[in-house]
Design a protein around this ligand. Structure first.
Ligand SMILES: [Zn+2]
Length: 454
């Protein structure tokens, strides 16, 4: 909600604007093909492993044909079957960023653009077709519906949207409600010890059936609730669906204990990666209908544990073929089958992004999801790293593509940071050619050197 108008009008009108905005967005997501896909995925829940593998091979074949025909970048892609996928080149994040205009297969206006901070501080733009968008939401909703969720059920959402005004903060109202779709959006920019009491009390009052969003924010609320002895009513929340961040065992235990319910994890990024879904038995399944998952060593040899390289069937505007997404996973033994009935292969663990955050004395913790979203609408920033050495100052180092970067983009980036850390902090911006990597060779988007003081 970036409009000036939104900031000026009374709360009930802001909430009406949110409903209308969602109505528009939902028209694209839940269009004609959505229902078709929902039926298909419902029916396909009982497919055998062999059926799933066949569907995957077929879709891989059509993706390659499609990419050769419509993507200038991929016009000479060798024609190989899925068993010879290793003959195709791996696409790095920086390749995707710098070649995105050659990779795209359609006129941007025909597609749905997703601007993303990715997961490792690189600014990217992915284009979906409308059909892709509907298929992705149908797949996601099919997963959530296994636990009873549908759009319109009372839901508390913890997203990276900046929805609050100064007035809301003064009034200690850290949420906005879309009454039409029954979603209450809680701000994840104000997860501060002095505000958490208001969050907990309102969640108990609102009594949602589902919680969706950044698990680190939900965790802080749960921790606070437990420490203050709040009793969350039992049998209210039917399931919690975390998004965007890694969920550790410890996080899960605390969240499930406070909200007295189960959490069901999923892996998919705004970059359009194929899906990994958790089942009722607590196992993670690769969804073979959504793409190809390869796990590779640093030198690109296949492995059970290593970097995840994905080929996605649902980003036809920007085909992702053997895309090195920057996460690591450990696969389960492929010969094992889950007792839940889903025959998709299982994942032992997703070793996602490192748990780190920026701390603002004014707004509290800014989690990795919100940090990575500061790249929204900032073409030309190749990647960045934020370092915090004192409570009131952050240093942001970033590298730029001189052809795209402008002073105006710099001010958008700065504003995105202000929305998250508040007005009080000092923000130093440094343009640099080379960003520091860890001794391990890994790049960290956030380096918080004052964590032990908090
Ligand atoms: Zn299962």
């Amino acid at each position: 909600m970036k409009d000036k108008l939104y900031r000026l009008v009374p709360v009930f009108l802001q909430e009406l604007m949110i409903s209308l905005f969602n109505y528009q967005a939902y028209k694209v997501r839940y269009g004609k093909k959505y229902k078709h896909y929902r039926k298909l995925f419902l029916k396909n829940r009982t497919l055998t492993r062999a059926d799933l593998v066949n569907i995957q091979a077929e879709r891989f074949h059509s993706l390659l044909n499609f990419s050769r025909a419509y993507s200038p970048y991929y016009k000479d892609l060798p024609n190989v079957g899925i068993s010879h996928i290793s003959q195709l080149p791996v696409l790095k994040k920086e390749d995707l960023r710098s070649h995105s205009s050659e990779i795209v297969t359609l006129d941007k206006k025909e597609g749905v653009i997703s601007k993303t901070g990715g997961t490792t501080g690189t600014s990217l733009e992915i284009i979906y077709t409308r059909d892709n968008m509907q298929e992705r939401f149908a797949m996601l909703d099919d997963f959530r519906s296994r636990f009873g969720y549908e759009l319109g059920k009372k839901t508390a959402w913890f997203s990276g949207k900046a929805l609050l005004t100064e007035r809301d903060i003064k009034n200690k109202q850290f949420w906005k409600t879309d009454r039409w779709h029954k979603v209450r959006y809680y701000s994840t920019f104000h997860i501060h010890p002095q505000f958490l009491d208001h969050y907990v009390k309102d969640l108990i009052r609102y009594s949602p059936e589902y919680l969706v969003g950044f698990p680190s924010s939900i965790l802080d609320i749960a921790k606070f609730g437990l420490s203050k002895g709040y009793e969350f009513p039992a049998d209210k929340v039917k399931a919690i669906f975390p998004t965007a961040e890694t969920v550790t065992l410890e996080m899960r235990e605390i969240i499930e204990k406070f909200f007295k319910t189960k959490m069901y994890n999923q892996y998919a990024s705004s970059e359009g990666a194929p899906f990994i879904f958790e089942c009722s038995e607590g196992h993670l399944h690769l969804e073979l209908q959504s793409g190809v998952f390869e796990v590779l060593e640093e030198d690109n040899r296949p492995s059970r544990s290593g970097k995840l390289v994905v080929t996605s069937f649902t980003t036809e505007g920007t085909p992702l073929i053997r895309y090195d997404i920057g996460d690591s996973i450990i696969l389960e033994d492929e010969s094992l089958y889950c007792s839940c009935g889903n025959e998709n292969p299982m994942v032992k663990e997703i070793l996602g992004r490192i748990d780190d955050f920026v701390y603002s004395p004014e707004n509290g913790k800014i989690n990795l999801g919100n940090v990575s979203n500061t790249l929204k609408d900032t073409q030309g920033i190749k990647n960045f790293q934020v370092v915090q050495n004192s409570l009131d100052t952050i240093d942001i180092y970033f590298s730029v593509d001189q052809e795209q970067f402008t002073e105006q983009i710099k001010s958008v980036f700065l504003k995105n940071w202000r929305d998250r850390v508040g007005q009080g902090m000092k923000i130093n911006l440094y343009i640099t050619d080379e960003l520091a990597v860890e001794k391990s060779g890994k790049f960290r988007m956030v380096k918080n050197n004052i964590k032990d003081l908090l």
